[in-house]
Design a protein around this ligand. Sequence first.
Ligand code: ADP
Ligand code: MG
Length: 449
Amino acid sequence: MPSTELQHWQAMLDRIKQNVRPQQFTTWFSNLRPFRCDSEHITIRVPNAFFKEWLEGNYKQVISRAARAVLDSAPLIEFEVDRSLSSAVDSEATVSSLAGPRTTSTRGNELRLNDSYTFDNFVVGPSNRLAHAASIAVSNNPGTVYNPLFVHGSVGLGKSHLLQAICHAAMGNGNPLTLRYLSCEAFVNDFISAIQNGWLEGFRRRYRELDILVLDDIQFLAKAERTQEEFFHTFNSLYNAQKQIILSSDCTPSELPGLQERLISRFKGGLIVRIDAPSFETRLAILQKKAAVRGLRLPPDVQEYIAQTVTSNIRELEGAIVKVIGYASLSNTVPSLELAKSALREPAGPNQMVTIDDVLRAVAERFNLRVADLQSKRRTKSVAYPRHICMHLARRLTSLSLSEIGGYFGGRDHSTVIYADKKILSGARKDPELLSTLEEIVNTLKSHG
Ligand code: ADP
Ligand code: MG
C-alpha cells in the first residue's frame, strides 16, 4: 500500500482512538491491516469472520466519521478476512538461535513464530499429554529421540502451538541450531518458485542444512506431487544426518489422501501422536490461561459457561472470550453470566452450535432433496450444487476440519471441500440469488440453533 494511504489510515486510527474506549480500541483495532485507504475505497483486512461482522455491526460509523475527517470524503468501507492475521497461522519462519558456524542466512531470516505459542502457555490435559511430552523430549534432544515427530488432530486443537513451542524451546536451550518452521503451503510455494527461477540447488541447500525442519499442515503435500518427490529427498537427507523433522496434519499418515506409500512409511518410522478434543476441565484451564495472558477478567460462572458451550475447538474458545469481553466493553460492565449467554447466542459471528446435521437438513429442505442424496456420490448437477452449498456452510458454521467435512459426503477429500467452498463463495459474489439463498439457510439454522 502506498505510504500516503498508510498515513491516512494512521490518521484515521488516531481519530478512532479518541472516539472509543481504550479497551475497545485494543480489542478491535490493534489487529487490523489496511489494504487500501483512499477517498473512494477503504479495504481493511481482519483476522477472522467474527471481527468482520463485529466491526461492520458496531464500528462502521466510527470509521466513516474518521474517514470523513481525514479524507474529506465518504469512501466505501469494506472488511476482508485475512487468516494470516490470526496469530494461529504463521506461514514461515527461519530462525537461528545463536550465530554459530552452521547458521546459514536464508530468505526471511526473521523470527515469525507467535511469541505466545510457548510450552509455558500450553495447558496440558489428558487430550494432549502425550503430544506435549513428546514435544518436550524432542525440543531437548532434537534429532535423536523421536524422528520424525508427527502430531495430528483436528483443527484448532493446538498443533501449531505445540510445533512452535518446540521451536522456541529448542532455540532457548543455548545450542547453535538452525531451524525453520513453515506451513506446508509455504514449502510447496518455495519449491515451485525455486523451480521457476532455476534455483533448485539453493532450495536444496536451504532445507538440507537445517538442524530442525518443522512443516505444519502436511496434508497440503498430498496434491503436490513434484514437491512430494523433493520432500522425500529432503526428508532422507535430514534424517540420515540425524536432523530433526517435525510434522503436523489433520489426520494420521495413513489417512493422508494422495500421499506416496514410501513417505507414509517414513512418517510411521518415527513417533505419531494424536491431540484429541479437550475435556471440560482442560477447556476451563485453557480459558483461564488465555484470559490471564491477555489481562482479561472473567468471573468463574462466565468461564464455566463458555467452557461448557464451546466444546470442540480451542480457537473458537478464544473467539468466545473475545466476544464476551467485546460485549462487556460496549456496555462498560464486567461480563456477567447473562451477558455471556446473550453474547454467545448472538446470531452474528461463528456459531459453533450449528452441527453438520443441521446444515444437511436445512439444505435438503431448501432444495427438496433427501439428506441421503446430499451425502451420496451422485454427481448430477441438481445434487452436486446443493452439496457444494452444504460444504461451504459446514466450513462457515461448524468447527469441523476439511477432511471431517469431506467424510460426511461419501468420503470426499479435503481438496473437494476447498473447491466447493471457493466455488460457492465466488458464486455468491456474482449471483445475488445465491447470496440470498445462503442467507436464508443461515437464518433458518441460527433461528433453530
Ligand atoms: P491447530 O494448529 O491444531 O489448528 P492451533 O495450534 O492454532 O491449532 O491452536 C488454536 C488456538 O488454541 C491457539 O490460539 C492456541 O494457542 C490455542 N491452544 C490450543 N491448545 C492449547 C492448550 N493446550 N493450551 C493453551 N492454548 C491452546
Ligand atoms: Mg495449525
